[in-house]
Write a protein that binds this ligand. Structure first.
Ligand SMILES: *Cc1c(COP(=O)(O)O)cnc(C)c1O
Length: 397
């Protein structure tokens, strides 16, 4: 470890709450590469956990943030903010007329989506939201309750009430979870953190029909799948359904903290001034970055790129299945891919990092790959070679 990294680690030890166990000290990044204080260059197949659709320090995103920081960095929501207006306009165009409420994080976006659903359900006395086992919706208390995973909830009870759980891709279990209190169903089109598990289209269609029949809202959490990651701007575009509301965060802000709830106008218009609020949400710098992200995705053809690069990455990972019985399956869509392995995914993640590739886990047995959408062919190839070397050392020694 470099001297600098040792110093930083000591500061963490003394002053930072031990909520993570960070691996290396990253000092800068360009495109699909980051550099460590250890002198290593890493191919970044995590892109800041799916936040950097355009890669590290894309010149257009950096320029937009810089220009805005020099003009007016923050306004609060007591005043009009041009960058919020134009980003909402762009999201309105992309979503077919939905209205936006901006937040600072994914969890905060989901919280507010649930609040709007409850507002809509008030007249009929309904408030409960059905979520799915292995879901991930964030770390606030209410979103811990929405996240149906024991490891997220343990130690923090009593959790807020108002959530019921069903099994993913299982319509009967959704039916069984519906009560006279149910107001909505919230689902990730692909469960990310839970293990990169796709909702199948037949299930989604049946779920949307069920929601219509029972007068429930269909809510989608597109925090990880949104902003082009699966090959369309939003993952729901590749399904037979359109949610009544959905959330974005992660890649929306190009590396700055930004989330959004997008809602059908009739739902959005249930709100009156003062009902929802946030001091920083929709901050001009974050919204300027968000606009730049959308412009780059469109101008550089990154939706198509996510499909093409995703197919290449999948093929490379699937090739490992031939040589290594430890690899059970490769799944996901576009550049949200998961490799299901027999043993601990973390061991593979650690070894890949030692060799120069950053990837992350999605649960205990899934290695997750989330490269920037503009990863180059040559870097993708080199990253796959490195992953191959890591596998060789791990399993052929
Ligand atoms: C990351 C994530 C969240 C939480 O977002 P934060 O910004 O960490 O609060 C919620 N839902 C999904 C699907 C996510 O991937």
């Amino acid at each position: 470890m470099s001297k600098k990294a040792e110093e930083i680690e000591a500061l963490y030890e003394q002053y930072v709450m031990p909520t993570y166990s960070p691996a290396v000290l990253l000092v800068n990044g360009t495109g699909d590469c980051v550099h460590g204080a250890d002198g290593m260059t890493y191919y970044d197949l995590t892109s800041g956990i799916a936040t950097l659709a355009c890669g590290h320090c894309h010149p257009d995103v950096t320029a937009a943030i810089e220009a805005q920081a020099k003009t007016i960095a923050h306004t609060s929501n007591l005043y009009y903010n041009e960058k919020m207006a134009t980003l909402a306009q762009a999201l309105g165009r992309l979503s077919g007329g939905y209205k936006s409420f901006f937040t600072n994080s994914g969890a905060e976006a989901n919280e507010n989506m649930v609040k709007i659903a409850r507002l809509w359900g008030r007249e009929s006395g309904r408030y409960e939201v059905i979520t799915f086992n292995k879901s991930f919706h964030g770390r606030t208390l209410a979103m811990c309750a929405a996240t149906a995973q024991a490891k997220i909830q343990q130690g923090f009870d009593p959790l807020p009430t108002g959530f019921a759980y069903a099994d993913f891709n299982d319509l009967e279990s959704v039916k069984a979870a519906i009560s006279e209190k149910t107001v909505a169903v919230m689902i990730e089109p692909i469960q990310g953190e839970g293990g990169v598990i796709e909702a199948n289209n037949d299930f989604l269609k049946a779920l949307a029909d069920l929601c219509k029949e029972k007068n429930l809202l269909l809510l989608m959490d597109e925090i990880q799948t949104g902003m082009g990651r699966t090959g369309t701007m939003f993952a729901w575009e590749q399904t037979p359904v359109k949610p009544d509301m959905f959330t974005l965060a992660k890649s929306l802000g190009g590396g700055l903290p930004l989330g959004a709830v997008l809602a059908r106008p009739d739902l959005a218009d249930l709100l009156k001034p003062g009902m929802l609020g946030t001091t920083f949400g929709g901050n001009p710098c974050a919204c300027a970055a968000g606009q730049a992200v959308i412009d780059v995705i469109e101008r550089e053809g990154l939706l198509e790129r996510a499909k093409v690069a995703g197919a290449a990455l999948r093929e490379g990972l699937e090739a490992l299945m031939d040589s290594y019985p430890q690899v059970m399956e490769v799944r996901g869509r576009g550049l949200l891919l998961g490799m299901v392995v027999e043993g601990a995914a973390k061991e593979i993640v650690d070894k890949c990092r030692d060799f120069g590739v950053l990837c992350c886990t999605a649960g205990e047995h899934v290695v997750r790959f989330l490269p920037p959408l503009n990863i180059t062919d040559s870097h993708l190839e080199e990253a796959l070679d490195i992953i191959g070397e890591a596998f060789d050392e791990l399993f052929n020694a």
